[in-house]
Design a protein around this ligand. Structure first.
Ligand code: SF4
Ligand code: SF4
Length: 278
């Protein structure tokens, strides 16, 4: 079973929950798919055994075959191609590697080159399999990195995937592969706004999902009302507590600093199992 831990925005406590769930569930694997800014390793101090380079397709144009018809540039929604003076210019830094330009070229003038955009690291952390992706700076998308990470998930047991924040393509990739998506939020107007987008995404992808309210307190009603309106379960609340924040700032996972949270997280996993896709 793959459980994605996602959020409409960064800073909601997504990684804290991911790490603690992975430690609470016996034999769980943790995949840190927040490839632009992986930080689960700060809590887990993993030993990396293997580093796998990740490449992305970038178009190479054969000038002898190209008739400068412009179909490739017309197709590319990222404007990574332009036809100037009968010559196709490629802007690799904004190419998303979809391969569509090669597909639409009537002359077969475009072939797939490749460039390295990052890597996937595989190892162990606190007795658990650990996978993390790293996207190199200035690359336009982490989708290929996330795909490469998910290809390395071992099928047995439970896999916790710390998804990137937001609702962009890389998050969609994670949620599409998950059996259940846990959305972490906080009871503030910003939290509610971004949770709304994440809930829309889960509904669009028909992914079973539920909500965890982090820094829970008197304003929980903001989130609870929205969840009630959509029929989304609130799976767990983590209180706004100075001691929890202090443990976090020292890099101590919730379940290590407060072992009583292990049982609460496992109870949540039981609910997730009952509602999961498979
Ligand atoms: S679609 Fe093919 S032939 Fe047309 S401009 Fe692009 S590379 Fe050249
Ligand atoms: S591979 Fe996709 S994103 Fe890159 S230039 Fe071609 S159409 Fe555009």
């Amino acid at each position: 079973m793959i459980i994605a831990i996602a959020s409409g925005k960064g800073g909601t406590g997504k990684t804290t929950l991911s790490v603690s769930l992975a430690l609470a569930i016996p034999d769980a694997q943790l995949v840190d798919a927040d490839a632009e800014e992986p930080n689960a390793h700060l809590f887990l101090d993993p030993e990396i055994a293997e580093t796998i380079p990740v490449n992305m397709m970038i178009p190479e144009v054969d000038a002898r075959r190209c008739t400068a018809c412009g179909k490739c540039a017309e197709f590319c929604r990222f404007n990574a191609l332009a036809v100037v003076k009968d010559k196709v210019l490629v802007f690799p830094e904004i190419c998303h590697g979809c391969g569509g330009c090669a597909y639409v070229c009537p002359e077969g003038a475009i072939t797939a080159g490749s460039r390295r955009i990052g890597e996937v690291e595989v190892g162990t952390a606190k007795g658990r399999r650990f996978v993390q992706g790293r996207l190199h700076p200035s690359q336009p998308t982490a989708v290929r990195i996330v795909q490469a990470e998910l290809e390395r998930v071992e099928k047995d047991g439970v896999t916790i995937v710390d998804a990137p924040p937001g609702t962009a393509c890389a998050v969609q990739e994670v949620i599409s592969e998950a059996d259940f998506c846990v959305l972490v939020t906080e009871p503030t107007p910003f939290g509610l706004h971004d949770l709304g987008m994440a809930l829309d995404l889960c509904e669009e992808l028909e992914a079973p999902h539920g909500v965890v309210i982090n820094r829970s307190g008197p304003r929980d009603g903001l989130i609870e009302d929205e969840c009630r309106r959509r029929g989304t379960p609130v799976l767990l609340k983590i209180p706004f507590d100075r001691k929890i924040a202090e443990a976090y700032s020292r890099g101590r996972p919730l379940v290590e600093a407060f072992p009583e949270w292990g049982g609460r997280l496992l109870k949540m996993v039981e609910t997730v199992r009952e509602r999961a896709r498979r």
